[in-house]
Ligand binder design. Structure first.
Ligand SMILES: [Zn+2]
Length: 479
């Protein structure tokens, strides 16, 4: 190499290095100066793909917390839900004598199961229930004593409830009346809220089957849209006095494990179930375990052990099953409360435990109040009609004759040990919403699809905010 060439080569190298450092610094600067709660999205459709290229297995996971990580089992146990471990029934001890037999039976029959499927697992006697704890050994039971009128002290119930409140691992959330409120201008004062932007999005959107592409338009990725709503909502709720955390703040899994970690478990399960085991089927099953059970379990672990909120808001955009090249004209809205455990679900030891725990924590009444308030606000803001399940559905049960409220047993609303507001508005592949999604986020009003309106994301945020404010502002002001 001539001296001249060498010099220009050296110059080139140093220019490249300088450019790289420059790009890094600009990136860092952007990261620190951009308001992280407002994705800066134009009308070019970038909203839909977002920071998808940031998701790379070799990078540091920005969602990851420093706390301990759940081990992935390698063995499959048919009496437990995927990746679950055996429940600790002793956790329910502090709820002894806190619920009447009538209340317990009513919730079992009307909310948590359909057609009396619980009877195989729970035997209700005079003043107690015997709950089978092990599907493999039906002799093993947990005895739950009911609150009875013959309890010696009239304060027994109060006392038991007080004890239940203090056992943090068992019940960390507070109903509305227990959250202190002293400043009328902050209607969400003191309320601890976790926002859970559904799915992962980004480069995981395709794998998790949450990507929709209509003709030549930009692909719609649910996980990116839910994250945008969560960021806007976080800022709004904090202004109103709430303490807010997000389960994720990027299009990156919260789950520290990756697909390959689940292969042994997937193979064990498929072998047990006598499914066809090929490298392809194992890969697909491992992917599902990674982005669904594994991901939600990790979010639940963080919510239940670290954030311990009063409620979780699960943010989703619905979609209607159809081929990729069709947009659906009729969109709808519904909220999903925990309940309607199917026959196969209540037969899992861990789900049966969660069901009983939900009943004893009085989760349902708080969940109904929260979801109906948000449903009302969403209806007013979006004008969407309710989604109706089949009247004889085995997986969904209508709640309180409110057409917008449905009980269903989802991993997310079951695993979070507090009331959950689970929103399913819009259709990402609906004619109107798809047009609005393509425009992206914007401030103020724009003329979109024949109407003057806010961005679909801000409309969502306004509705959830209003629903929460309308509920929590009814608290009594304390000194
Ligand atoms: Zn979703």
């Amino acid at each position: 190499m001539s001296e001249k060439k060498q010099r220009s080569y050296a110059l080139e190298v140093s220019l490249i290095v300088a450019a790289l450092i420059g790009a890094f610094l600009v990136q860092e600067l952007l990261n620190s100066t951009n308001d992280p709660t407002v994705p800066n999205i134009g009308s070019d459709g970038n909203v839909l793909t977002g920071d998808s290229d940031s998701a790379n297995d070799s990078e540091v996971n920005p969602n990851e917390t420093a706390s301990k990580v759940e081990k992935v089992p390698t063995e499959y146990f048919p009496n437990l839900t995927d990746l679950a471990s055996e429940p600790d029934w002793k956790q329910l001890d502090s709820f002894q004598n806190t619920i009447s037999k009538e209340d317990f039976l009513r919730e079992l029959d009307e909310v948590y199961t359909i057609g009396g499927t619980w009877k195989k697992w729970i035997v209700v006697a005079g003043d107690h229930a015997l709950i089978k704890t092990h599907a493999q050994d039906l002799e093993r039971t947990y005895r739950l004593n009911f609150l009875t009128n013959t309890d010696p002290e009239p304060s027994a119930k109060e006392e038991a409830l007080e004890t239940a409140k203090t056992v943090e691992t068992v019940k960390y959330w507070r109903p509305r009346e227990d959250i202190k409120y002293s400043d009328e201008s902050l209607p969400l004062q003191g309320v601890r809220i976790v926002l859970d932007p559904g799915h992962i999005g980004g480069s995981y959107a395709k794998m998790e089957e949450r990507q929709f592409k209509y003709k030549e338009t930009a692909p719609v990725q649910e996980g990116n849209m839910t994250l945008m709503v969560a960021h806007l909502l976080e800022r709004q709720l904090k202004v109103l006095g709430a303490e807010v955390e997000l389960t994720r703040s990027t299009n990156f899994p919260v789950n520290p494990h990756r697909v390959e970690y689940y292969q042994n478990y997937a193979q064990a399960k498929m072998t047990f179930k006598k499914d066809i085991v090929t490298p392809d089927t194992v890969e697909r099953a491992s992917e599902k375990l990674f982005y669904r059970a594994g991901e939600i379990r990790e979010r639940a672990r963080i919510i239940n052990n670290e954030y311990k909120p009063d409620l979780v808001v699960c943010i989703h955009f619905n979609a209607a099953g159809s081929s990729q090249n069709v947009l659906i004209p009729n969109e709808h809205l519904h909220m999903i409360l925990n309940g309607a455990y199917e026959k196969g679900e209540i037969s899992k030891d861990d789900q049966r435990f969660q069901l009983v725990k939900k009943i004893l924590q009085r989760n349902h009444s708080e969940e109904v109040a929260l979801n109906s308030s948000v449903a009302r606000a969403l209806t007013i803001q979006t004008g969407l009609p309710p989604y109706m399940y089949e009247p004889n559905s085995k997986r969904a049960v209508n709640v309180n004759n409110d057409p917008y409220l449905w009980a269903r047993n989802l991993v997310a609303n079951r695993s979070f040990d507090c009331p959950v507001i689970y929103c399913e508005p819009y259709l990402a592949n609906g004619v109107d919403s798809h047009a609005r999604i393509q425009v992206g986020d914007y401030e103020g009003l724009r003329y979109v699809n024949g109407m003057l309106r806010p961005s679909i994301f801000r409309e969502y945020v306004t509705a959830v905010t209003e629903g929460l404010v309308n509920y929590y502002k009814q608290r009594e002001i304390s000194e």
